[in-house]
Design a protein around this ligand. Structure first.
Ligand code: GLN
Length: 485
């Protein structure tokens, strides 16, 4: 019987001939079918995956050396392009559309012999925090089917949570990898802005968007990150660096006693929206970290209340521009209404094709960019972003990491917040900071609430310091029993 622990162990099983890629693919295809009600996938590439597994098993038999992701079964959020496969951003407007090219990060996985098993459900154009804004309907949290999995990468999170793939990719513009990881009890990494090429990632807000990784183990996150990192001639915002700074593998046993300098924001841990049990658990963890020799200091961060407004002004502005390409002319949904003139055609196509939340954001973004309001909203929000970056740089001159809750609450019931967009936006308070400043952030599953749901701890480090981020994450997960009780 096939069972998955982590990539290293899987590849060991393959070389020992105790399993095959065919076994793995069959196992996941059966499980995806059995867990269909979770609605985690929008498309499963079953025949192709079986075929690829066969070829890889053949390669091994012929003695070919294993590539780094040989037979690793990966699911991708339905915003990542994979040539000749459907990509819809969970929107009716991309109905019937197939990718014309493959995203750089997907190609990097394929080059290492990964098997892409399917597309995962998400909020439409990655806008949302619950996965309820999807043309395919909501995704269910596998721990409690009456609860949301978080969003916008809810399908990718549940695919890992419920064991429907080995690892998955999401995208994180304001928390869409970290928050669903938190709600589902798994690991979710948002790398530094520009760490992974955005070429082939459908744009929501280009100066915030970053592909991210869901997994059950830090070592698998590190491996996938390493493979997908690096410059890309198709994305000028991808970090230009040499290969040595893209190494995220670490031998934890080499420095088990490393003492970290950690900060947390007073305004975050004492925020009125934060669930009391989450707050107490993190304060408890802080005490334990201190008693094991780490420095953990409370620092003031008076800009916290500005992060959500700045995020929603800037991202909707970018979205209103990015989404103007969906006009129904060359691809995707087209209205069947009789066309009176071109403007009427655009209007009707976009009214039918976009869901309510996407329409709301396009209008908000258009408003903040309009001539009478530009300085009052867009320019102001840019100024806030600049202040945040300066303040963040100053903090990381003194600290290795900042810790925070990932979300103010645990996963809530489906339908609970769908009629109150502002309440929904405010719940992004702890995650948007990393996207506004471009720093890497990870949510790691450390805690369980008395309501039965898991919740995580968010760790952030300075730009490009994923190595410290992953080391600290691994350290805390390894010592989970002593830090989270
Ligand atoms: N919840 C946030 C939003 O709705 C984050 C989305 C994201 O990271 N893609 O914008």
């Amino acid at each position: 019987m096939f069972s998955f622990q982590d990539i290293e162990n899987y590849q060991l099983q393959l070389t020992n001939n105790t399993t095959t890629c065919g076994d793995a693919v069959n196992y996941y295809l059966n499980k995806i079918e059995a867990e269909k009600k979770l609605n985690a996938y929008t498309n499963v590439f079953a025949d192709e995956a079986v075929q690829q597994a066969k070829q890889l098993d053949e390669k091994r038999k012929n003695g070919e050396p294993l590539k780094r992701l040989h037979g690793v079964v990966i699911a991708i959020k339905d915003v990542l392009c994979y040539k000749d496969h459907p990509v819809t951003a969970a929107s009716k407007i991309l109905d019937g559309f197939k990718s014309l090219y493959t995203a750089t990060c997907i190609q990097q996985l394929i080059n290492e012999d990964a098997i892409i098993i399917g597309n995962c459900n998400c909020d439409e154009f990655a806008m949302g925090s619950t996965n309820e804004n999807s043309v395919y309907g909501p995704v269910l949290n596998a721990i409690d089917n009456s609860k949301v999995p978080g969003g916008s990468s809810g399908g990718s999170a549940v695919a890992v949570q419920a064991g429907l793939c080995m690892a998955s990719l999401g995208s994180d513009t304001g928390g869409s990898v970290r928050q669903p990881a938190d709600f589902c009890g798994i690991i979710g990494l948002k790398p530094t802005y520009g760490r992974i090429s955005r070429y082939g990632l459908i744009a929501y807000a280009s100066s915030f968007d970053q592909a991210g990784i869901f997994s059950q183990s830090v070592s698998d996150v590190a491996l996938l990150l390493e493979i997908m990192s690096g410059p890309d001639e198709f994305d000028s915002t991808a970090i230009q660096n040499n290969n040595s700074s893209n190494t995220f593998h670490f031998d934890h046993s080499a420095s088990p006693d490393k003492k970290y300098r950690i900060a947390y924001f007073k305004e975050a841990l004492h925020h009125p929206s934060l669930d009391k049990e989450i707050k107490d658990s993190i304060l408890n963890l802080i005490e334990r970290l201190r008693s094991s020799g780490h420095t953990v200091n409370e620092i003031g961060f008076d800009l916290l209340d500005y992060v959500v407004p700045a995020y929603y002004v800037l991202t909707t502005a970018e979205a209103s521009s990015n989404l103007n390409r969906y006009d129904g002319i060359r691809f995707g949904h087209q209205t069947k209404d009789p066309i009176k003139d071109l403007t009427a055609f655009y209007k009707q196509t976009r009214t039918e094709g976009f869901g309510k939340e996407v329409q709301r954001r396009i209008m908000l973004g258009t408003f903040v960019l309009s001539s009478g309001y530009y300085d009052a909203y867009f320019t102001k929000a840019q100024q806030v972003r600049r202040l945040l970056v300066d303040k963040t740089n100053a903090i990381f001159a003194d600290y290795d990491a900042v810790i925070m809750p990932t979300s103010p609450t645990t996963a809530f019931p489906l339908g609970d917040n769908s009629n109150d967009p502002i309440a929904m936006y405010l719940a992004d308070i702890f995650t948007v900071f990393a996207n506004l400043t471009g720093i890497p952030g990870i949510s790691i599953p450390l805690f369980k609430h008395s309501n039965g749901m898991p919740f995580g701890l968010q760790i952030m480090c300075k730009k490009s310091d994923e190595l410290t981020l992953l080391q600290l994450a691994e350290h805390l997960l390894k010592n989970k029993a002593s830090v989270s009780t």
